[in-house]
Design a protein around this ligand. Structure first.
Ligand SMILES: N[C@@H](CCC(=O)N[C@@H](CS)C(=O)NCC(=O)O)C(=O)O
Length: 205
C-alpha cells in the first residue's frame, strides 16, 4: 500500500491522480500546509525538506518530489500505460516536458506563492510575484504551442498530462482560456475523468 502525504490544492494533487489512474492501492495522510502540519517534527522525519507531497512506498521507503513519484508510478504500473516505455525516444520527450513543467512552472508558482522567501527586501516581494506570474504564463504559452492534441503527445494521456492538469488548476482560469485553449481543454478532459473527478473536486472545487 502506498501512503501519500498531501495537502488540498498542493502539488500532491497530481500524485493522487496518478495513484488513482495507475490502479495502485493507496491512502492519503492529510498534511495541511495551511495549518502548518508539514512543519511538525513527525513530518520532518518523513521529509526533512518539510514539503508535501511525500510518498511512502509499499516497502516503507519514502520518496519526495512529486514528478519523480509520477515517473516511479509509470514504471511500477506499466499496464496503466501512463508513460511511454523507458528508454524510448517517446519516453525521452515525455520526461523532457515533465521536467520542463517542474523547473519552470511549478518553481514559478512557488515564487508566486512564497514571494517573500525569494528576496531580502521587504518591499521586493511584490516584484518577485509579478515577474513570477509573467514567467509562469510564458511557459504555459510554450506548452500550448507544443501540444499535439488532445493530450501533450497525441491521443494517449500520460503522466505529463496529469501534471499539466494540476498546473492548469493553479492558473487564472480566464487567462488560461483566453491564451491556452488547448491546455484548458486538456485539463478539463482529465478533470472529468471518472477516477480524477473526485480528486479534482477536493483540490480545485
Ligand atoms: N520540489 C517539490 C516541491 C514541493 C512543494 O513546494 N510543496 C509545497 C506545496 S505545493 C509545500 O509543501 N509548501 C510548504 C512550504 O514550503 O512551507 C516537488 O516537486 O514535489
Amino acid at each position: 500500500m502506498y501512503v501519500l502525504y498531501g495537502s488540498n490544492g498542493s502539488g500532491s494533487a497530481s500524485v493522487e491522480a496518478a495513484l488513482a489512474l495507475s490502479g495502485a492501492e493507496y491512502e492519503i495522510v492529510q498534511t495541511p500546509t495551511a495549518e502548518g502540519m508539514h512543519l511538525t517534527e513527525d513530518f520532518k522525519a518523513i521529509n526533512p525538506r518539510q514539503q508535501v507531497p511525500a510518498l511512502r512506498l509499499p516497502d516503507a521507503s519514502v520518496m519526495t518530489e512529486g514528478s519523480a513519484m509520477m515517473l516511479h508510478l509509470a514504471d511500477a504500473f506499466p499496464a496503466a500505460q501512463l508513460a511511454p516505455p523507458p528508454g524510448t525516444p517517446a519516453r525521452a520527450q515525455h520526461d523532457r516536458w515533465l521536467v520542463f513543467m517542474v523547473v519552470n512552472i511549478y518553481e514559478g508558482e512557488l515564487r508566486k506563492g512564497y514571494s517573500d522567501r525569494y528576496t531580502d527586501d521587504a518591499d521586493g516581494a511584490v516584484g518577485v510575484k509579478t515577474s513570477a506570474d509573467a514567467y509562469v504564463k510564458r511557459h504555459h504559452t510554450i506548452l500550448e504551442e507544443t501540444i499535439v492534441g488532445p493530450f501533450l503527445f497525441g491521443p494517449e494521456m500520460t503522466m505529463a498530462d496529469i501534471y499539466l492538469w494540476m498546473l492548469a488548476g493553479w492558473m487564472d482560469q480566464d487567462w488560461l482560456a483566453a491564451h491556452c485553449p488547448k491546455i484548458t481543454t486538456l485539463a478539463a478532459t482529465i478533470g472529468q475523468n471518472p477516477l480524477v473527478a473526485p480528486i479534482h473536486a477536493v483540490h480545485f472545487g
